[in-house]
Design a protein around this ligand. Structure first.
Ligand SMILES: [Zn+2]
Length: 738
């Protein structure tokens, strides 16, 4: 009732003269409904306008960023469509080799004929003289010419094989046998494959007289005068061990054995692929049961590698005097396939894990980086940047060779605002401080601060932040050289009040040897693709110590710590945790000195990779928040062993596959390599309008380099998880990081 009165209050009391209660009530209900309708509409309009206002504001921010830097944030819709595209592409990459490429190539490979299997042929010649061993031609290549299925050869379920083709296959198959000097005792159809047409053809190629000589096998003479009834029924044909290649349970074995005793089949069919100890036991039981009235048929003998299994059955047949029919395939594709399903199941699982781990981020990030970057960027002069006071902080420990250059680079920055250079000498034992002091004496905007004791880089940086007069602090290494516009470009991002930290672009300056060139590819791709994509969401995970700008008051509130061995990564996470946006300025280049030999490279990477592990472990909140970049880092760490196992399993797979290994390597090895190559090539090209494009030629070697890094990562993950930790040199002393 309360609502009703309030409506009355708004529309006024009923007029005099409205006497009938019914009338008054009808009118008031009508008015009430009308009023509700209007209020509801108005509210709806307000909600719509508010959301419109929000999206307009977001758009305005984007336009402002675009006006300044040339590109905008990705919209949610764009991100979703790129991710969807990535999922589809990854699925294609995973499914194409096993389902399309391998069957296609193996279906079109030239066939290898029986005469190439020299060990097998000479073994067959040798055993054929035994009175109870018989040889049968098992089709031509045990494959339907219409649909490629291997269950039948002459009667394909999907279509009728032409008469001429049946004739050709039988003729060629028998010819191959004869060429090998093998006597043909019978013809054994692949599968349950026979019909009148096939039998008619076969009658014209009636096997040799030996079939008739070996009268014990009369039942197997499927020649011109043989019965046309189903041989399975006719002979009491049974197979118990199909697909026993990976073993069966003891119970299943016992049940099958009981079935065998019950059936007492006149013919026991066994496949050479299934010869295991259990299958052999079953065959032995059959031999005991039937003695010289039994017939064993061993199917699908194809390759030299089938000799050992064949020999086991042959020996058994001779020992128990059972008749044995060896059904041999005259021609077979090179792609034989493993006899066991187990390794291929493991292999497929590894393939799916490692491919999705590596392909998915690649196919998502590359279009992302390309779409985002190709939006034309204004020349820097038109960026309308802003010029806060900047402090360049140079922590230095025993850097007498490079300190002068670093200070000069700071002084020679093309920057319209005012700036200062602060050298923090971290207790050097050489002339670092003296050199810095001479600059400080000459230039009003250079300061040299000396710490008596070496206390580590993070302490030196905090000291610098405390002393800085600038609104923005830029920190760099003394082994890095800032390009002249580096600072002005980085600093312009702080026009956005939500940006707290900006990463520059670190490029290798001493790109002379193969090793440094390979590192250059890695630097460029990881920054032009991965960090760039992170930056498009203003969520850069690691701002490099070699070139980074941060708001000074943030740095004073959040000190740099040495709880990890990569203080720059830890610091970036901490700044980001406080809700600041962190982005990258790809044209703000700092040239750094990369390790020139393998030993120092590994030492450096040990620190970086282990430090990243420490960082993501300290900042678990980031993963809990569901940040995709952090989740990707976690996944990479803990799935990298699987990727390595996959690569290691490739040669093992080759052992299993025998002749077909080139095909196998081609699809499973080259496809990921091609994706790595293309992504690296694109990543290198994206830097500075293709300045380093030539490096793309090194991509094949880069794959080996990546493999080495992966190996190192697996080792470090192990050291981290097992809490063994690593030993490394830092600031002149050996430390143990856990
Ligand atoms: Zn077969």
């Amino acid at each position: 009732m309360a609502k009703r009165t309030s409506i009355f209050a708004r529309i006024g009391k009923p007029q005099k003269g409205w006497t009938g209660n019914g009338v008054r009530n009808n009118v008031s209900v009508c008015l009430e409904q009308e009023a509700f309708k209007h209020t509801w509409k108005l509210r709806q309009t307000i909600v719509n306008l508010e959301s419109e206002k929000r999206s307009l504001l977001a758009e305005r921010r984007n336009l402002e960023t675009k006006a300044m830097h040339g590109w905008t944030c990705m919209s949610r819709k764009q991100v979703y469509s790129i991710v969807m595209l990535g999922i589809i592409m990854t699925a294609i990459v995973i499914l194409v080799p096993p389902f399309f490429v391998v069957p296609f190539i193996s279906g079109n490979l030239p066939l290898s004929t029986l005469d190439k299997q020299t060990k097998l042929v000479s073994y067959l010649q040798e055993v054929q003289v035994s009175p109870n061993i018989f040889l049968a031609v098992h089709g031509y290549d045990h494959k339907c010419p219409i649909d490629g299925s291997t269950a039948y050869e002459f009667t394909c379920p999907t279509g009728q094989v032409p008469f001429e083709e049946i004739e050709r296959r039988i003729k060629v198959g028998i010819g191959i046998f004869k060429n090998c000097g093998l006597e043909i005792d019978s013809y054994a159809f692949p599968g349950q494959d026979y019909n009148q047409r096939v039998l008619y053809v076969l009658s014209n190629y009636s096997p040799t007289a030996s079939v008739y000589n070996k009268t014990k096998l009369a039942g197997l003479r499927l020649t011109a005068n043989s019965s046309l009834t189903d041989p399975i029924v006719y002979y009491g044909f049974r197979e118990y061990t199909w697909m026993w290649r990976d073993g069966v349970s003891e119970k299943r074995f016992q049940d099958t054995l009981n079935q065998l005793y019950e059936d007492k089949p006149s013919l026991l069919l066994v496949h050479v692929q299934d010869i295991t100890n259990q299958t052999l036991d079953m065959v032995k039981e059959y031999a005991l049961l039937k003695g010289n009235t039994g017939i064993i048929r061993l199917d699908d003998i194809t390759f030299d590698r089938d000799v050992p299994a064949t020999k086991q059955i042959v020996d058994l047949a001779i020992a128990y005097n059972v008749s044995l029919l060896l059904a041999v395939i005259p021609a077979s594709p090179y792609a034989g396939g493993s006899n066991s399903y187990f390794p291929s199941t493991i292999f497929n699982a590894l393939w799916v894990i490692s491919t999705s781990l590596f392909v998915f981020p690649t196919v998502v990030m590359i279009p992302w980086a390309i779409i985002f970057r190709t939006k034309k960027r204004k020349p820097y002069a038109k960026w309308n940047p802003h010029y806060p006071v900047v402090s360049i902080i140079l922590p230095a420990y025993n850097e007498e060779k490079t300190i002068a250059r670093s200070i000069e680079r700071g002084l020679n920055q093309r920057y319209k605002g005012s700036m200062e250079v602060i050298v923090i000498d971290d207790g050097s034992t050489d002339r670092t401080y003296d050199i810095a002091k001479t600059y400080a004496d000459k230039h009003a905007n250079v300061r040299a601060i000396r710490l008596e004791k070496n206390q580590g880089k993070s302490h030196a940086l905090n000291m610098g932040f405390a002393q800085a007069k600038g609104e923005i602090s830029v920190f760099s290494d003394t082994d890095s050289v800032l390009a002249s516009e580096a600072i002005s470009r980085m600093v312009s991002h702080f026009k956005d009040p939500e940006v707290g930290m900006v990463a520059g672009m670190v490029v290798i300056g001493n790109e002379k040897s193969l090793l440094t060139r390979l590192q250059q590819i890695e630097y460029l791709t990881s920054q032009t693709i991965i960090r760039f994509c992170q930056s498009s969401q203003k969520n850069v995970l690691i701002c490099p110590g070699a070139c980074t700008a941060v708001r000074t008051d943030i740095a004073r509130k959040i000190p740099v710590t040495d709880r990890t061995i990569t203080e720059d990564a830890d610091f970036t996470f901490s700044v980001w945790k406080e809700g600041w946006k962190v982005c990258q300025e790809p044209e703000s280049v700092s040239y750094t000195e990369a390790p020139a030999n393998l030993r120092s490279l590994i030492a450096q990477r040990k620190r970086w990779l282990y430090g990243s592990l420490q960082t993501i472990a300290i900042h678990k909140w980031a993963a809990r928040k569901g940040n995709v970049w952090v989740l990707k880092a976690w996944l990479e760490c803990f799935l990298s062993p699987f990727a390595l196992l996959f690569i290691a399993s490739l040669p093992l797979q080759c052992l299993f596959l025998g002749d077909s290994f080139p095909l196998f390597l081609l699809t499973y090895g080259l496809l990921p390599l091609a994706i790595l190559g293309i992504s690296g090539g694109i990543g290198v090209r994206l830097f500075n309008r293709g300045e380093k494009s030539k490096l793309a030629f090194l991509m094949p070697l880069y794959a080996a380099y990546q493999l080495m890094m992966n190996l190192l990562l697996v080792y470090l993950v192990f050291a981290f998880v097992s809490r063994r930790g690593i030993h490394l040199m830092r600031g002149g002393k050996i430390i143990h990081a856990v």
